[in-house]
Every structure is written in C-alpha cells, then in structure tokens.
Design a protein around this ligand. Structure first.
Ligand code: GRF
Length: 228
C-alpha cells in the first residue's frame, strides 16, 4: 500500500474582493476603507454602499468617491426578512464577496446571514465580549475599565458575538468623557477595519465554533493589536 501523505485541510477560497458597506450615519469607517483601497493598502473595491437612513453622511461620502450609493427605507418593506432579502439580491447582482457593516444600526436576519455565511464583518467600539450593543464607550466608562478598544468580528445571529478577527486596545484615562474616549477608539477603528478586511480577503482562515483561526503562514498580523 502506498504510504499516505499527510493532507492539509483545504484552504478556504480567496474571498471575492468586491465589498458592500452598510452604514446608518457618519461613515468615517467607510471612508477609512475607501481611502485604504485608494492608497492600494487594501486590495479591494467598494462596489456599493447601502443605508437605511436617507440622511446618512456615509451615502454622500460614497457618491463623492464615485461609488453606487443606495438608500433603502425599512418602512417600504413588509419586515426585516423582506428588507434583508432585497439587500442580498442587490449584492449578489453586483457580485459582492464581503459585506462590511460600518455603523449600520439594524440587526441582520437569516436571509442575509445565509446568503453570506462568514462573509459579513462588523466593527464595534469595545473589546468584545465586553460591552456589546449600544453606547459601548459609555458602558466602558460607567464600568470603570482601564482599557477598552475596538473589535472587528464576523457577524453571526447573536448580537456583537461572532468570531473575533482583530482587536485593538485603547487606554481609558481618568479625565475621559464619552466623546474623548470615542475619538481615541475611532482612530484605532480606522486602522483596524481595513486590516481585518485584508486578512479576511486573503483567505486561508477558518471558523471553529467561536474562533476565527487565521492562516498560519504569517499573512495575519495577530488578533490583538496594541493601540497607539
Ligand atoms: C463606530 O464607532 C463603529 O464602531 C460603530 O458605529 C460607529 C460608526 O461610526 N459600530 P462611523 O459611521 O463609521 O463614523
């Protein structure tokens, strides 16, 4: 009998580099993704930006960058699943490989999660699993933590609880207000999100239970990055 060569688990295919970014407001993380891609630090194209709010500044940022920008008013749909199905179709029609939630204030339902399994990222302004949900920076201050930060994770059906791709730690100072802490965390968010997208697009990672297991050849730079 021929001796068996040890086989490696097949690497996940490289994720298609066309991104959709979903926003509800300011869109500064969207801007950091657009800028990283324009500077060729991130080999990806933002194919479409969708917002649930017409007044979201993220939509203007997208238009200014020549990116298709679409407002989908939730009230025009019969429910969350209907809304999410329409988004999934729009993104499939545009051959989107990865969805990035960037301040998108709606929970996603099964139609989107199933259409893009492990292909949806979110950024959250705390070191998850601490302080999920709204007002994470206020929660951190009220809890008296000395360190907070930012997390990029894959989106699952549980709120702010999917596998963690990258985190950055940020000190909490005695004099911090919600505004000053949020601003310090935001600087890290803008660095972290493009880097996490790069890691996910690189492929070769896998998800085991709660864990995002990066590829082992050094393409990923580590899951916790010290804040500057
Ligand atoms: C960021 O703090 C992000 O972590 C959270 O919502 C905020 C969005 O900010 N999910 P922006 O719209 O990207 O400026």
């Amino acid at each position: 009998m021929p001796s068996e060569t040890p086989t490696r688990a097949p690497l996940l295919p490289v994720v298609n580099r066309r991104l959709a970014v979903l926003v509800s407001g300011r869109g500064s993380n969207l801007q950091s993704i657009i800028d990283a891609s324009a500077r060729a630090e991130l080999d990806a194209t933002v194919a479409i930006v969708i917002s649930d709010r017409a007044e979201a500044h993220g939509l203007s940022r997208a238009r200014a960058a020549g990116i298709e920008a679409m407002h989908l008013r939730p009230g025009d749909y019969s429910g969350r699943d209907d809304y999410d199905r329409v988004i999934a179709k729009l993104l499939n029609d545009r051959d989107v490989g990865l969805i990035c939630l960037a301040g998108f204030m709606r929970r996603l339902g099964a139609p989107l999660l199933e259409a893009f399994p492990n292909r949806i990222l979110n950024i959250h302004p705390s070191l998850l699993p601490a302080f999920p949900g709204l007002d994470a920076q206020r929660q951190a201050l009220e809890h008296g933590v000395r360190v907070s930060g930012a997390t990029v994770h894959l989106v699952s059906s549980e709120l702010d609880a999917g596998p963690i791709v990258l985190q950055a730690a940020v000190p909490v100072l005695d004099a911090d207000t919600v505004e000053t802490l949020s601003a310090r965390i935001l600087v890290e968010e803008h660095r972290l999100y493009p880097e996490a997208i790069r890691i996910v697009l690189e492929g070769g990672w896998e998800v085991r239970g709660r864990l995002f297991i990066p590829r082992l050849d050094g393409a990923s730079t580590g899951r916790l990055q010290a804040g500057s």
